[in-house]
Write a protein that binds this ligand. Structure first.
Ligand code: DGL
Length: 261
């Protein structure tokens, strides 16, 4: 048993979609969430810049004595997780599009991964596809700055719908019937996406898989918590703005603190 918290981070509020799944799967775990909003979006940073940012967040988690870290960001995972696993000893669990799941799913047509352009263009994603779905046609679609619009908190902004239609309607014409969401901000748009593509298209995100993997790791290491403490939320940006948007997305009261990292 181990009641130390788990560290969860993203460039912004997207990682909260992963945190929600963790809270469902592991209700006794306490978390420290970091939104690196002074540096969002990660998708426009170089690999070196991302390693620097993630290193600072990891150092913060070390000071907070977390027992494991969840990289609740696909972009940070594909560009930095290998390096972080070399530098830090605690378990580090990443978030990547669920390629294995869409490869195994009964499908009639093609599939797509809808992510930030940075993840879509990464070698890491290409390697995952070659490893788990070498014989399946998977289209890689890089969304145009949707995460920045989600950061503003107005999910009903007509620009979001416009951009989703721009990316998704061509997929329907191509006969895509399964879409993996490869950005942790996008699950908050799942209903909107489903409305555009219709009920026959399956949309899968990574939250459940990440939460189950965390449970497996904590179980194997005998590190599951026996008692829940207080979840903490930090942002490198404006804590008031984070609270407002996070409360909307998490449907609950959130108290956040600003931290310089
Ligand atoms: N939420 C992050 C992800 O899963 C992306 C946002 C960003 O590029 O900052 O990739």
């Amino acid at each position: 048993m181990n009641n130390q918290p788990i560290g969860v981070f993203d460039s912004g509020v997207g990682g909260l979609s992963i945190l929600l799944e963790i809270q469902k799967e592991l209700p006794c775990e306490t978390s420290i969430f970091v939104a690196d909003q002074a540096y969002v979006p990660y998708g426009r940073k170089s690999k070196e810049e991302l390693i620097e940012r993630v290193g600072k967040i990891m150092d913060f988690f070390v000071k907070k004595e977390v027992k494991a870290v969840i990289v609740a960001c696909n972009t940070a995972t594909v560009y930095t997780i290998d390096e972080m696993r070399k530098r830090y000893r605690m378990p580090i669990i990443g978030t990547v599009p669920v390629i294995k799941v869409i490869a195994r799913m009964p499908r009639s047509g093609k599939t797509a991964v809808f992510s930030t352009p940075a993840t879509a263009n990464s070698q890491y994603l290409e390697d995952l596809i070659q490893k788990f779905a070498p014989n399946i046609e998977i289209k890689k679609i890089g969304g145009s700055n949707l995460e920045e619009l989600i950061e503003e908190g107005d999910l009903n902004n007509p620009e979001i719908k416009k951009r989703l239609e721009f990316h998704l309607i061509p997929l329907l014409k191509d006969g895509v019937d399964a879409i993996a969401l490869g950005c942790t901000h996008y699950p908050f748009l799942k209903e909107k996406i489903q409305r555009i593509v219709g009920q026959k298209v399956k949309i899968v995100d990574s939250g459940g898989a990440v939460a189950r993997r965390l449970k497996e790791v904590l179980t194997n290491e005998n590190m599951l918590a026996a008692q829940k403490g207080t979840d903490l939320y930090y942002t490198t940006g404006d804590s008031g703005k984070f609270e407002k948007v996070a409360e909307e997305l998490m449907k609950g009261k959130i108290k956040a603190s600003h931290v310089d990292l």
